[in-house]
Design a protein around this ligand. Structure first.
Ligand code: 0RA
Length: 603
């Protein structure tokens, strides 16, 4: 500061301080709004909306209209009390101007006006002002309409422009193109947030207008969180209706939860703290999960199933839930500041949900049965899959595992040049081993026994020793552990007989790949060999036919006299040379590359 500045009166000094504050926001916008891309841009809209929502939470506002204007500005209008315009004692200027030009870190105005402070990360509308080319605010209050315009945060005069019997605030701003990468608003994004806020604030009507194309949406969900859950579950088969709904306050924290199960396997939980979407979860989510698991297990105990023990994952299979907490001083943590950190919230949510959900289950035993039956099935499936995985992991223990004894490996170690033939039966396996080019072709014979488990559940199939050999030979693991980088062969070729058994084994293998190694199919690594069905011989001429039609053509070509036709019932009937010539020699063979659709059909 210069000497002159230092000697200025306190009002001017305040003004300088304010401008320095707003200058700081303009210098480091990302510190306040996360980024200057379209996320940051829309953040401005959400910030102003949150201020209006605060009025609604305080019980003074039930209507909010958002308009995207043709000139690139957005306005947010509410019917709340209107921002106060009287002279602020400490600052000696209108409260409106103080609000528009002062950073309120954390709890706005140290909590004297708002019990629950919303505002995205509580940065305040001054941030929007600082990052706007211009901003106009209109306040309806005390029978008058007040207006003030700001340019890059600098205030013009506060004027009275008319009279009114209404109350409310309208903030219209045009984001500064010097700050943002793009200043074009996306209606979809604003619409999504508006819908979300409408679910979370069931007493408020929202209107969204886009003057650029004349579109107009109204959001009002008197059903609140249960409607939100129904919306998320739309198109799904639900286990019970309506959603379970509970709401209760404790120690100044209000907890509201709606949940409903569908017959799928996904877990879909949305969490909010003071209307802010906590994408990274936090203490409210932890408390909820813990309560849900506890209540489910307690209920099972009560109905005499002490021996069943459900895990959290079991209980959350097919669950759609929305959790909303309101608290006086939210702490946001995590990478994107969307994780609720207040430690006291965990216990509060846990005790409220335990108690209320416990009552609900007692009063609605049919719903409880539906939910718990599903969780029990989930539990059994998870247990079986875990055991199977352990089994294959042990045998596989990924890298250092010994290769199966039946595998005749190739010398080539570069997977992109190596091939694995999966062959049905030991005798065909023998021919393939002798006929192959051992430089790049490996052979793994599978015994017909694999057929016995065809109808078994997949968990059982995983225990099958033939399948385990296959997993070990491929080296890339299965399911969540699948890693295509570890795949030992770039081509995996299924070679089975052209009969019913052969087709069963092929189907089973495809199903297995589809369920446990889908990326292998997606990468185009799985093939089906096409062995010939007939051998036609006449004198020294020897030819092969892969179909009846081809056979007819060949016979016609060669002439019928002195011709001998052999029909191959199985690969085993071919000698090693024949197998090489017809099915394994890359220069002559015909192979079919398996697509995901093929495998899905097999499944
Ligand atoms: C400070 C104090 C009061 C209301 C507001 C701010 C207020 C801010 C915004 C921002 C958008 N819409 C708003 N509506 C109100 C309380 C005023 C009173 O006690 O009358």
């Amino acid at each position: 500061m210069t000497k002159e500045n230092a000697s200025m009166d306190s009002y001017t000094a305040d003004k300088i301080q304010v401008l320095e504050g707003l200058e700081g926001i303009r210098k480091r916008p990302s510190m306040y709004i996360g980024s200057t891309d379209y996320h940051g841009l829309h953040h401005l809209v959400y910030e102003v909306m949150d201020n209006s929502i605060d009025e609604a939470l305080a019980g003074y506002c039930d209507y909010i209209r958002i308009t995207i204007h043709r000139d690139g500005s957005v306005s947010i209008e509410d019917n709340g009390r209107g921002i106060p315009v009287d002279i602020h004692k400490r600052f000696g200027k209108p409260a409106l101007e103080v609000i528009m030009t002062t950073l309120h870190s954390g709890g706005k105005f140290s909590g004297d006006v708002y019990k629950v402070s919303g505002g995205l990360h509580g940065v305040g509308v001054a941030v929007v002002n600082a990052l706007s080319e211009w901003l106009e605010v209109e306040v309806r209050r005390d029978g008058k309409i007040y207006r003030q315009r700001y340019e890059r945060g600098r205030p013009g005069p506060l004027e009275i422009v008319g009279e009114t019997s209404q109350r409310g605030t309208k903030v219209r701003f045009k984001p500064d193109p010097l700050i943002f990468e793009s200043v074009e608003f996306n209606r979809e994004m604003i619409s999504k947030r508006t819908r979300e806020l409408a679910f979370l604030n069931s007493n408020v009507t929202f209107e969204l207008l886009d003057e650029r194309n004349g579109s107009h949406e109204i959001f009002r969900y008197e059903g609140g969180l249960p409607s939100f859950v129904e919306h998320l579950n739309r198109g799904k088969r639900v286990l019970h209706s309506p959603p379970i709904h509970l709401k209760k306050g404790k120690n100044g924290v209000v907890v509201e939860v709606a949940l409903q199960y569908n017959d799928g396997y996904n877990e879909n939980i949305y969490t909010y703290a003071n209307n802010i979407s906590t994408i990274e979860g936090g203490t409210h989510l932890v408390g909820f999960k813990s309560a849900l698991t506890k209540v489910a297990n307690e209920y099972l105990k009560k109905v005499g199933k002490e021996n069943v023990r459900l895990s959290g994952e079991d209980v959350r299979e097919g669950l759609t839930a929305v959790i909303s907490v309101m608290l006086p001083d939210p702490q946001f943590e995590g990478q994107t500041k969307t994780k609720l950190g207040n430690s006291e919230v965990k216990g509060i949510v846990e005790s409220i949900v335990s108690e209320e959900l416990g009552y609900y289950f007692e009063e609605n035993p049919k719903v409880a049965e539906e939910i718990l039956t599903k969780a029990e099935i989930a539990s059994r499936a998870r247990e079986a899959a875990r055991k199977a995985r352990e089994l294959t992991r042990k045998k596989n223990s990924l890298d250092g595992a010994p290769l199966p004894g039946k595998l005749a490996d190739c010398t080539e170690k570069n997977p992109s040049r190596a091939e694995l033939y999966i062959v049905e039966g030991d005798s065909a396996g023998g021919s393939a081993k002798q006929g192959r080019d051992r430089q790049f072709q490996a052979v793994l014979p599978l015994r017909g026994k694999i057929l016995n488990v065809e109808k078994a559940r997949l968990e059982k199939i995983l225990k099958n020793s033939e399948i385990q050999s296959l997993i070990t030979a491929l080296g890339c693991g299965i399911g969540e552990d699948f890693d295509i980088e570890k795949l030992r062969y770039g081509k995996v070729i299924i070679m089975t007989d052209a009969d019913v058994d052969g087709s069963h084994i092929r189907t089973l293998l495809l199903t297995f790949f589809y369920r446990y190694m889908r990326p292998l199919i997606e990468a185009g690594c799985v093939y089906i060999a096409q062995p010939p069905l007939f051998r036609v011989k006449k004198g020294k001429i020897e030819r092969y036919a892969f179909s009846e039609e081809e056979l007819d053509r060949l016979v016609g070509e060669l002439g019928e006299s002195g011709i001998s036709v052999q029909r191959y019932k199985g690969l085993g009937e071919m000698n090693p040379e024949q197998l090489w010539e017809t099915t394994m020699n890359p220069r002559k063979r015909v192979m079919y590359r398996v697509t995901v659709e093929d495998a899905a059909i097999a499944d």
